[in-house]
Design a protein around this ligand. Sequence first.
Ligand code: HEC
Length: 179
Amino acid sequence: MSNGRNSGGRCVILSNLHRSVCVPIVLAPLFVIAFASRPAAACGHPVAAYEVSEGGVIERPLCGLAGDAERGRAVVAGRRGNCLACHAAPIPEEPFHGTIGPPLHGVGAVFSAGELRLRLVDSTRVNRATVMPPFHRVEGLRGVRRDRAGQPILSAREIEDVIAYLLTLTEDAPADETR
Ligand code: HEC
């Protein structure tokens, strides 16, 4: 009687059951190569390529990303964007809200995503004299910390997250307060 051990361990002369195990092992490296070589999505890094259309909007989401409103709220409340230094927003857990810029309440009802994108990426394209920082621009900046040179203040993903959050702000500020 013959069995697997007597066949000398070579795949080809093993029983059908054994041969079916050999085939996937041979093909496995091909799958690894196919997945590892998939190209990254075309997107400038660290500054995303974008187009400003005539109406003063950046129509297309940076890098084609879909924003997340909850993450965007955290960016608006956080220190890097520092939005609350200048703007009031419905973020009651942060005690101090600035009044240098208009309250962000209601901006989601007033501006389209494309208009918000332009204002966040580079507000100087709307008002050259604005004090609002260009959050996704690296040229022409002064006083940038050396370790942050060439890095926009907010990444493409953060910009899209902030837009998603701002679009949820469709209500005006309560009449008695601005936060
Ligand atoms: C140094 C102050 C400052 C900071 C920081 C700042 N902004 Fe502004 N922002 C302004 C001012 C001032 C305006 C009014 C527009 C202008 O200057 O022409 C403005 C305008 C806006 C507008 C348009 C609203 C309107 O009614 O015109 C939006 C939206 C906005 N800012 C969002 C943000 C967000 C989000 C952040 C944080 C990521 C931020 N801003 C950080 C000062 C600031």
